[in-house]
Design a protein around this ligand. Structure first.
Ligand SMILES: [Zn+2]
Length: 101
């Protein structure tokens, strides 16, 4: 696989090794040992939970970790979408068996 220039759609061959690898691949295709599948798009996605402003005024960076995020100033905890957790959520979850630390 080779990265493509987004404008020209030509392979980005910025190093001698990349050029040699590309030429080798072309020879292998010509010899019938490799199949040229053309341009195949591969993408990745990234999710950032973002940040909210806590009721105390501090900015809280959210996380998708199950324990949520705590305000560094007042200690209020929030879930990944910014919902405020009840103050005793850990105690509640121990009672229901969801948390067994
Ligand atoms: Zn706060």
């Amino acid at each position: 696989m080779f990265d493509l220039d987004p404008t020209t759609r030509e392979p980005l061959l910025s190093t001698p090794e990349a050029r040699a690898n590309y030429e080798h691949a072309q020879r292998e295709v010509a010899a019938g040992r490799l199949v040229d599948e053309g341009v195949v798009e591969h993408q990745t996605s990234y999710w950032d939970a973002g940040a909210i402003r806590c009721h105390c005024g501090a900015v809280v960076e959210l996380t998708d970790h199950w324990e949520g995020s705590a305000c560094q100033r007042c200690g209020t905890e929030y879930g990944s979408t910014g919902q405020m957790f009840r103050a005793n959520w850990r105690e509640f979850c121990r009672e229901t068996g969801e948390l067994d630390d």
